[in-house]
Design a protein around this ligand. Structure first.
Ligand code: SF4
Ligand code: SF4
Length: 468
């Protein structure tokens, strides 16, 4: 008999549903009475150990080693470990299987009208826009040139009873956002091009499950790690490639720090209005450049939507998932999503124009290249060329309706961009779908962190004007 043998002591008893199969008891037993299991427990889905107590000395080492309070325990206390009826603790179950949820609307709180403007960089402006929009949950993984936005959130959110989590990766980031947005809370991240690439599976899940969230992507040069210079390297990705399946998200393209704030605020409204992620697409220059930023006339106290999987009684029966195993069901689901994309296309096209009223030479640009193109328009006008700038503020949906109105008077259309044709491709696709007649399309392009400059845009226009 072992020195620890206790003839009158209880033998172990296993409640299989509470055993996670960790094996600590297997290692603890000096008599080899416990073996790793081979069968899945139908209640837990785990594989519990098996007991053969013929050689058991009731030493108790196994149940002392068990970390599960209801797993392995002394046999004489078996009655205390039986599964109890939840009704005894929580009362009778509700009979209705229909979700019973409460929709608590957001509230706008006025801000004083005499607040002085801020002089801040683009990423800070975006972070402040998110805070004013009621975002209190930030998840992210630092990446240049977007990190300052996350840094500001890390400083500010704890003081606002918010949550800042530096995730272990971009994959973790987007899945934290999936859970947080699914709980009906306003959540965001800052990232840059390679980081967004890593997030795409999660973005697809969020779109499939109709979970809102805001992704601020400060684009840098690619492919691969590329560099940290300003670029428009992700236009194709965010307009055409947000994960697998039928995926789209509204893409907002700010051109200055003021719009970084304004469009980030708008992004939260759109994300919840359509239950869909929204991308705020900046570039490395815009993220870092400092500018004057006026504060809005209100901030948002977020509500809680009826669909949220929030941890309270009212929302307890809600379920959010992107899985749809039946083929016909998934097709119907995709058609519903497509109808939502159609509503976005009809209602959310946004653009800006400068000197377009009589423009014969129409420049088209977004983000920082639009600032260069605007300077070029001013110089061309000074030389008697009727030039104008059309600036898509939504890259998806492309603001085709506003552009189509300008095309009949335009004899030239020139795309200015910091990528090798990604914006031009969006333009050509939109023109093709709309079936709109247009003048020949020319371009001024740079890539790799190089921005188009006003002088070269002017020269590109004048070369052809001279040949007329
Ligand atoms: S009580 Fe002791 S001998 Fe019996 S199974 Fe547990 S560890 Fe093994
Ligand atoms: S120690 Fe407990 S939880 Fe771990 S395998 Fe043994 S009985 Fe199961």
């Amino acid at each position: 008999m072992s020195p620890r043998a206790r003839p009158d002591a209880p033998h172990p008893h296993l409640t299989s549903a509470y055993c996670k199969g960790c094996g600590r008891c297997v290692d603890a037993c000096p008599k080899h009475c416990i073996e790793p299991g081979t069968a899945i427990d139908p209640l837990s889905g785990l594989v519990p150990v098996t007991l053969d107590l013929e050689a058991c000395t009731a030493c108790g080492l196994c149940y002392e080693a068990c970390p599960e309070p209801f797993g392995l325990h002394p046999d004489d206390e078996q009655h205390a470990w039986e599964l109890s009826d939840p009704k005894e603790h929580f009362g009778p179950r509700r009979e209705s299987s229909a979700p019973v949820a409460v929709d608590r609307p957001s509230r706008l709180i006025p801000l004083p009208s005499d607040l002085a403007p801020l002089i801040i960089k683009g990423t800070y402006a975006s972070a402040i826009g998110a805070l004013l929009a009621g975002c209190r949950h930030f998840f992210g993984y630092p990446i240049t040139p977007s990190t300052e936005g996350a840094e500001l959130m890390a400083k500010v959110l704890p003081g606002l009873e918010g949550v800042f989590v530096q995730a272990c990766s971009e994959v973790a980031t987007i899945n934290h956002m999936y859970g947080c947005g699914g709980a009906g809370l306003r959540t965001m991240t800052f990232t840059s091009s390679p980081g967004l690439s890593l997030m795409l599976e999660g973005v697809s899940y969020m779109i499939g499950a109709e979970v809102p969230g805001v992704i601020v992507n400060i684009m840098r040069g690619g492919p691969g790690l590329g560099n940290i210079g300003p670029a428009q390297s992700d236009i194709r990705l965010v307009c055409r490639g947000l994960g697998h399946g039928n995926t789209h998200a509204i893409v907002l393209a700010p051109a200055n720090p003021q719009e970084m704030l304004d469009l980030t605020m708008l992004a939260f409204d759109l994300a919840f209005a359509y239950r869909n992620p929204v991308v705020v697409l900046g570039d490395g220059y815009l993220g870092q450049v400092t500018g004057k930023v006026a504060l809005p006339d209100h901030l948002v106290e977020p509500g809680l939507p009826a669909w949220a999987v929030y941890g309270d009684r009212e929302h307890r029966r809600n379920l959010i998932s992107s899985i749809e195993l039946g083929e016909a069901d998934l097709e119907a689901r995709n058609l519903e999503l497509q109808a939502k994309y159609d509503r976005m296309t009809a209602n959310e096209q946004r653009s800006d124009s400068f000197r377009c009223e009589d423009a014969e030479v129409l420049l088209l640009a977004a983000n920082t290249p639009a600032r260069m193109a605007k300077a070029a328009v001013q110089r061309l006008r000074a030389q008697g060329v009727k030039a104008g700038l059309f600036r898509p503020v939504t890259l998806w949906p492309f603001p085709m309706d506003a552009l189509a109105a300008l095309l009949p008077q335009a004899r030239r259309l020139m795309v200015v961009e910091a990528s090798l044709g990604q914006l031009e491709d969006e333009l050509r696709l939109a023109l093709s779908h709309a079936g709109v007649a247009h003048p020949p399309i020319e371009h001024v392009q740079h890539t790799g962190g190089v921005l188009p400059q006003p002088d070269e845009i002017v020269q590109a226009v004048l070369r052809q004007e001279g040949a007329r």
